[in-house]
Every structure is written in C-alpha cells, then in structure tokens.
Ligand binder design. Structure first.
Ligand SMILES: [Zn+2]
Ligand SMILES: [Zn+2]
Length: 183
C-alpha cells in the first residue's frame, strides 16, 4: 500500500454526507480510480462535481479529498493522475462556500481546505519547479497564489520559473493580490 491508498483508507467516508445526497462512501472508489490504483489499474477520470464541489459550494468530504490530493502529489502517481489531483486541489482551495448542513455545524470548508493545502506548500513548489507539464505547473502555481502566506517567496518563484510558467501566472493575471494592486 502506498501513500495515496493509505490516505484514502484512513478517511471515514461512510460517515460523511456527499453532495449527491448519499453517503460519501463511493468517493473512496472514485479517488482510487483517479489515482490509477483501483480495479482498472490505470488512472481513469471521474468527476467529483456535485459530490465534493460545485461552483458555489464545497461539501463535507472536501477536506478529506484535499488530504488525498496532497498524498497523491507526494506519491508517484501517473502524470495524468497528477494533473487531475492538482485540478481537484485547486477546486478545494478556491471554494467559495460551505454546504448548508456543514455550515450549520460551524464548518468553513474552503478555509479548512486552504489550511490543509498550506501543509503541502513545498510539494506545490516542487511541482512548479520540476516543470513536468504546462497545465500542472500553472495549476500548482495558482494554488500557491491562494494559500501561500509568504507573498515574497511566491514572488521569488514567479521570477525563477518565469521561463516555463503559463503567461497568466508569470504576469500575475490569475493572482488576486496583483490584480488588486493593478499590475
Ligand atoms: Zn456522491
Ligand atoms: Zn495562472
């Protein structure tokens, strides 16, 4: 068993309410399939929209999914799976709201996800610096623009990685901070 399977196995999916209205149990299988560690033995895409995220809200399993995505980055999943997990992680940190059931319990799911993603800061920097794919590099950098509290570090990496970052990241177009500053 590797990191991503371990992280999927240790979450209490059964006890979480999924965005589809049922138990989140099916997410364990979906995430294994994304990672290429399910019965198919190779990564195959499955959308978690309306289960874990929507444009408006995140649902209860979002923090657990954030942890799994970070474990996947630390694991050696296939390049396509890496990009899917980066996309998923970006959905989690960019979440704007919390489903009403979780909000009633006092949870702020986007905030919880961002708190978890900060713990994977150096994994994300490694993803940017290793320049394995334009999509993955840009997504990792955009996650950092949301979660990195040390803005000067982000700026240094923006300069070092300027040759291979997508233009929106290089110029700061996708970075709220810089947009506000009018750069
Ligand atoms: Zn569901
Ligand atoms: Zn960008």
């Amino acid at each position: 068993m590797r990191l991503v399977e371990m992280e999927i196995a240790r979450q209490d999916w059964k006890g979480m309410l999924c965005g589809c209205g049922g138990s989140a149990e099916h997410l364990a299988r979906d995430l294994l399939q994304l990672a290429g560690r399910g019965s198919l033995r190779e990564p195959s895409h499955v959308s978690l929209e309306e289960h874990v995220w929507s444009p408006a809200v995140l649902w209860e399993p979002a923090p657990a999914v954030t942890s799994v995505a970070l474990a996947a980055l630390a694991d050696d999943v296939a390049p396509t799976a890496r990009e899917w997990f980066l996309d998923l992680l970006q959905r989690m940190v960019a979440g704007e709201g919390t489903d009403s059931e979780s909000a009633r319990r006092g949870l702020d799911l986007p905030e919880l996800c961002r708190g978890l993603a900060v713990q994977g800061l150096w994994l994300l920097y490694e993803e940017v610096m290793s320049n394995q794919s334009l999509g993955g590099t840009g997504t990792a950098f955009e996650i950092l623009t949301v979660v990195e509290p040390e803005r000067s570090r982000l700026q240094c990496v923006r300069e070092i990685a300027a040759d291979w970052l997508p233009v929106c990241c290089r110029t700061g177009l996708c970075d709220d901070d810089l947009r506000v500053l009018g750069r």
